[in-house]
Write a protein that binds this ligand. Sequence first.
Ligand SMILES: NC(=O)c1ccc[n+]([C@@H]2O[C@H](COP(=O)([O-])OP(=O)(O)OC[C@H]3O[C@@H](n4cnc5c(N)ncnc54)[C@H](O)[C@@H]3O)[C@@H](O)[C@H]2O)c1
Length: 341
Amino acid sequence: MLETKKFRVGIIGVGAIAQACHLPGYLKDERVQLVAFADPEPERHKEMALTFGEMRGYAHYRDMLAKEKLDVVSVCTPNKYHAEAVIAALEAKCHVLCEKPIATTLKEADLMIAAAKKARRKLMVGYTHRLFNGPKKCKELLDEKVLGKPFMIRVRFAHGGPFPGWAKSDWFYKKDLAAGGAMLDMGIHAIDLCLWLFGPIVALSAKALTLIKKIEVDDNALLLLEFKSGALGYIEVGWTSRPGFSGIEIYGTEGSIICDYTRGVYLVGGKAAAGRDGRNDWKTLDKSPTEGGWSTEIGYWLDIVSGTEKLTMDGKAGREALEVALAAYKSSQTAKRVAIG
Ligand SMILES: NC(=O)c1ccc[n+]([C@@H]2O[C@H](COP(=O)([O-])OP(=O)(O)OC[C@H]3O[C@@H](n4cnc5c(N)ncnc54)[C@H](O)[C@@H]3O)[C@@H](O)[C@H]2O)c1
């Protein structure tokens, strides 16, 4: 019997997300041979020698790409380096999974999209939240038009912020390396979910401020979204307010979905307003809304590379969410509503 050729995989940037999601995901997939990694930080090479000793390590990804004839590459560097690393990997004829946000400017995103087209290779952006059970259920119900006309979406994500021992350095808090704070880090997931679930955003108003942490970038942000459909949305993200609601609420003329990341996904039947008795009918749809995500992302990505799954989190999706995030910073700085597109 002919043995199927395995995908030769390399990772650019082997910090926290590479070690928690990408490497374990590739390791458990039989379609893959983990070949090499590139990271300028000597400490990473020591960590990799302990856990992934069979992978060759390079200080610079250009050397890795020139020597290793890779098929698939994950780019897991700080945001500032996504574009140059992704373009180099595409030029080396690799399929590329790029961590979010796709880039730090729209010009970079355009160059990445053009490079993927030219190389005829796939470029996926790591919008992990789309792979959690909860958001998947929201999408399914909206596609089935269970809610009637959806008119409002709320997304709130909050945690304590990147900290030492999670990210391998404090680059998340540096404007030059991250390009933005909570709004670009968690907000990009929230924005992507809004676009995925509700369609194009035509205008927004936003405020992104550094309220609590002594850092260069925003630690809290609020966005008010206007959708092409006429619906409204709002996003709240923060690196300082962990205990509150985390998840998605969607309101439609015939019902609502409450996707509470810590409790479950509920379909609330009937009109959005409670009946005369003040009660709504709550039906539990899923008790594990955050199952999936990081643990399934790499398998999903390899299905896309293999051609058995359709690519939807592509460069265009990466660019669309980045455009909204950058417009939100502009709105915050100018104190003005900003039109998009
Ligand atoms: N999908 C998600 O939900 C999710 C979660 C966490 C992080 N991320 C994203 O993943 C990326 C990395 O975040 P992290 O938490 O792993 O950070 P990290 O600091 O832990 O790791 C980044 C690694 O990149 C290396 N690096 C820096 N410059 C490099 C270069 N030019 N070439 C190669 N490697 C380089 C660093 O030495 C470090 O090891 C960010 O873009 C972040 O937004 C996504």
